[in-house]
Design a protein around this ligand. Structure first.
Ligand code: FES
Ligand SMILES: [Fe+2]
Length: 391
């Protein structure tokens, strides 16, 4: 994190912890149930997902030339490769013959052989061969490569726009968050898988809400994160809109520490021990500090408004844990446990959002991260149904 920003955040955290009261939004936000369940709103959301750069992989997942990885995103099979020259590329993983999926899983390969009739493609997506070539001798193979998607590698992630031919500019997409994401140093980190691609029976915005608040932790994750169920003050943090995105700052100290921190000269503060960060990068990416690494979560809408697909992992700057801390593999499996605890609750929300007759979800004044996320999505998609009720 950039030091000047982090020092400002520590000061703000000190105020909040000292008064034991969070920064509140200026009103309740009502999100009509249609925002989670109607086809019309889902179409607006899909447009956002199809035109935004999505961080589909950590760079370390295709670290070496000819590494590849197949992902599903917004209902599409995407083949990500690193070509022989080291450039990350993305393609729609659909054969130009009759549409089968030439690549599966992940690994290292120079050639992808379509399982249906044996057409083959290279890591640049070029059609390089087919059985019975003489039967297709009039076919211009140069025009029959896999459909390439706009792709850019930046700050340790491989970003893809799902719409062929659409511009991609990750720096301008990140906007004022670009330097902060750069400061994470994810290009030097290794990805540890927690959940490959988990289907969820609920709307993606409902899940995103669950990633931007800590209020559910004592209820849903009591055993996992060793919190005190009586401590219902997990809203002691603050949120800012940063361009289209949201930054959440969590104090990592208690009221008993405030005087000691204030008495220490600022130049001696170690902000990374005093505050933790969670970023929601519109529309699909959550990065959250946890111990010595970060959670890297990627959420996309499923085929129906009531479905989402969640991928969850952990990126680590080191391969062995510091003394006394869980290994990166254990961190990843711990986060998977947490998501499996969330899943039944989220799917309950999914049923409530589909079948509830209560009109709207109410977002509390102490849940400003959710408000900022909904407002950003509404601004970007043109959805006009959000209502702020002043208290
Ligand atoms: S569909 Fe791929 S070779 Fe026929
Ligand atoms: Fe959770």
């Amino acid at each position: 994190m950039i030091r000047e920003q982090a020092i400002r955040d520590v000061k703000r955290a000190l105020d909040i912890v000292e008064r034991q009261w969070p920064e509140l939004a200026d009103g309740y936000l009502e999100v009509p149930l249609e925002a989670y369940s109607s086809e019309a709103v889902a179409a607006l959301d899909r447009e956002l997902f199809e035109t935004s750069p999505l961080a589909l992989l950590a760079s370390s997942e295709i670290a070496k030339p000819n590494d590849y990885h197949v992902r599903m995103s917004v209902g599409r099979s995407i083949l990500l490769t690193r070509d022989a020259e080291g450039r990350a590329r993305a393609f729609l993983n659909y054969c130009r013959h009759r549409g089968a999926e030439p690549a599966r899983g992940c690994g290292n390969a120079r050639v992808f052989l379509c399982p249906y009739h044996g057409w083959s493609y290279d890591t640049k997506g070029r059609l390089t061969g087919m059985p019975l070539r003489d039967r297709f001798k009039d076919l211009d193979m140069g025009r029959m490569g896999l459909v390439e998607l706009p792709c850019e590698e930046r700050h340790g992630f491989v970003w893809v726009v799902l719409r062929p031919g659409h511009p991609i500019d990750v720096a301008s997409h990140l906007g004022p968050l670009d330097a902060e994401i750069a400061s994470i140093g994810a290009e030097r980190m290794t990805y540890f898988n927690a959940l490959p691609e988990e289907p969820l029976e609920t709307n993606w915005k409902s899940v995103t809400e669950g990633l931007l608040e800590g209020l559910h932790v004592p209820f849903v994750h009591a055993g996992t994160f060793a919190t005190n169920p009586q401590a219902l003050d997990l809203d002691l943090g603050f949120f800012d809109a940063v361009g289209k995105h949201v930054r959440w700052v969590l104090p990592m100290f208690t009221r008993a520490d405030v005087a000691r921190i204030r008495a220490t000269p600022e130049s001696e503060w170690k902000p990374n021990e005093l505050v933790a960060y969670v970023w929601w990068v519109s529309p699909n990416l959550t990065l959250a500090h946890e111990y010595y690494g970060l959670i890297y979560a990627d959420l996309s809408p499923g085929e129906k408004p009531s479905q989402a697909v969640f991928r969850y992992g952990w990126i680590s700057p080191i391969l062995e844990a510091p003394p006394g801390l869980p290994s990166p593999e254990e961190m990843a499996s711990r986060t998977a446990v947490a998501v499996r605890q969330d899943k039944p609750v989220w799917e309950g929300c999914g049923r409530g959002l589909r079948q509830g007759a209560h009109g709207a979800v109410v977002i509390g004044r102490n849940e400003p991260g959710l408000k900022l996320m909904h407002e950003s999505v509404a601004r970007q998609t043109g959805y006009a149904g959000l209502r702020v009720a002043k208290s």
